[in-house]
Write a protein that binds this ligand. Structure first.
Ligand code: BGC
Length: 490
């Protein structure tokens, strides 16, 4: 292995890190945050009874909220990392509504929000309204990262919404009469812009690299098209899916502008504000390459999952009838505000088979279950797909890329080391042979954590967590990652 690693020299300044999300790791020690939709969703007895969620509870998690100093030390010393991806939970910062903090909202002629102006006076109100102990704790975590020399990639929104914005149970039960409907309503975009402005102003001296939204297509797809995913609010409605996706695309642009405006302080080579989005293009392939129907179904899934959203954010192409043709009234360059890099979360290959359509006008499909090289999630390991997706994203959008997630649920710790090495090799080839500008790699995840609807059973951590004692134990891949990261740090 040493030979292989020696042969890989990554570009200077390459970021080596792990990726985490607030809700998945924080609780378990210290202050519990019961004020988000995901908290309520995971506790809901109907959801648990119906098997939509596991019944595991986030407050029994790894306890990063208090144990962060030792976890960050692991990242630095045991993994040899120089970066760390984390998120802030909106509901920890604003447990109570910010509706009444005044901002100036501009709409375009079609009624889309195209600009939000947060004044200095409104910022002062937000500062008074923010939950001080959370602000303080996030500062401590970010300061610790800086002290250790870990460049932070901060995600503003990694899925939980404050309850005052989204009541997932009311929406699940009767969305058309619910009042707090999350991303269905444009008002959430306005509140998100206040939150983004506040975060950039408050933590801008410690953060330069931001991701506005994590995997918007999972928020809209899992939440509004696939009840079985166990994601809030558990609906299957194509119109709502389109509406939520569109609002998320607009929200990215609006938040992008806020971060650029409010973070003026540089703390690294990326500074002051290098702002992107985190997307999750996976590798899709027709199950039977000779079947016209399978080929068509795979091509549709690839378009909707990989391309459709990024086209809105980066090109202003809002293909809202999903016919792959951008009509005149679907061109909205005014809503594409910018995206300095694209985060790529890559996990698997999916083989797609044509099936009966559940949505009139759209090809039906099913994902063929994994039979070989599968992870505990039932995802097929396919490293070359990462090289393919990096090439694909760069060719289409011409932005620098970061691999913001890539990892494996592997309770027995049998496949993780190979997984890590084989995927990193593909990134290396994408950089050196294909000329794709990849700026960093963040392995999912530093420690085992709360895997959303699947709970604690899925073990993604480079460190295993004993949820009783909160003790962390290294997996075999820790050594491997350390060798890779340190070999290529200049
Ligand atoms: C998400 C993480 C999640 C991981 C593994 C990504 O989709 O961003 O929050 O835990 O995949 O499922």
């Amino acid at each position: 292995m040493v030979f292989i690693l020696d042969a890989m020299k990554f570009p200077e300044g390459f970021l080596w890190g792990t990726a985490t999300a607030a809700f998945q790791i924080e609780m378990g020690r210290g202050e519990v945050d019961p004020n988000s939709d995901w908290y309520v969703w995971a506790h809901d007895e109907d959801n648990i009874r119906n098997g939509l969620v596991s019944g595991d509870l986030p407050e029994n998690g790894p306890g990063f909220w208090e144990l962060y100093p030792e976890d960050l030390k692991r990242a630095k010393e045991k993994l040899g990392n120089n970066a760390f991806r984390m998120s802030i939970d909106w509901s920890r910062i604003f447990p109570d509504p910010t509706w009444d903090v005044p901002v100036e909202v501009t709409f375009d002629p079609d009624g889309n929000i195209c600009h939000v102006e947060v004044s200095e006076e409104s910022m002062r109100l937000l500062e008074r309204r923010a939950h001080q102990s959370s602000v303080q704790r996030y500062r401590e975590i970010l300061e610790e990262c800086r002290r250790l020399g870990l460049t932070v990639l901060l995600t503003l929104y990694h899925w939980p919404l404050p309850l005052w914005i989204h009541d997932p149970i009311a929406c699940r039960d009767d969305v058309f009469h619910a009042t707090r409907r999350g991303w269905i309503d444009q008002s959430t975009v306005i509140e998100f812009s206040k939150y983004a402005a506040f975060i950039a102003k408050t933590f801008g001296d410690l953060v330069d690299v931001y991701a506005t939204i994590n995997e918007p297509m999972v928020v809209s797809g899992a939440g509004y098209l696939n009840k079985k995913s166990g994601f809030p609010p558990g609906l299957e409605n194509i119109d709502l899916f389109i509406r939520v996706s569109k609002n998320l695309a607009i929200a990215h642009g609006i938040a992008y502008e806020q971060v650029k405006r409010w973070d003026r302080v540089s703390s690294s080579n990326y500074g002051p504000a290098y702002v992107g989005i985190v997307h999750c293009p996976q590798y899709y392939e027709p199950y039977d390459k000779d079947s016209k129907d399978d080929v068509e179904a795979a091509s549709f899934v690839e378009y909707i999952q990989n391309e459709w959203f990024l086209n809105m954010v980066l090109k202003g192409d809002f293909d809202l009838n999903i016919d792959r043709i951008i009509d005149r009234d679907e061109q909205r360059p005014n809503l594409a505000k910018g995206c300095d890099f694209i985060g790529i979360n890559y996990y698997m290959r999916n083989r797609i088979k044509a099936a009966e359509s559940k949505i009139p006008g759209f090809p039906g499909f099913e994902i063929v279950p994994c039979t070989e090289n599968c992870t505990d999630m039932g995802w097929e390991i396919y490293p070359w797909g990462l090289r393919y997706e990096l090439n694909w994203a760069y060719k289409l959008y011409r932005r620098p890329l970061m691999v913001t997630e890539n990892g494996i649920a592997d309770a027995k710790d049998e496949k993780r080391s190979d997984f890590l090495l084989s995927h990193i090799r593909e990134i290396y080839k994408a950089i050196t042979e294909d000329g794709v500008p990849v700026k960093g790699y963040f392995h999912w995840s530093l420690i085992d954590n709360f895997e959303w609807a699947r709970g604690f059973k899925m073990k993604f951590g480079l460190y295993k967590v004993n949820y009783e004692t909160k003790e962390r134990t290294p997996t075999k891949a820790v050594q491997v990652y350390k060798q890779i990261a340190t070999a290529s740090l200049h």
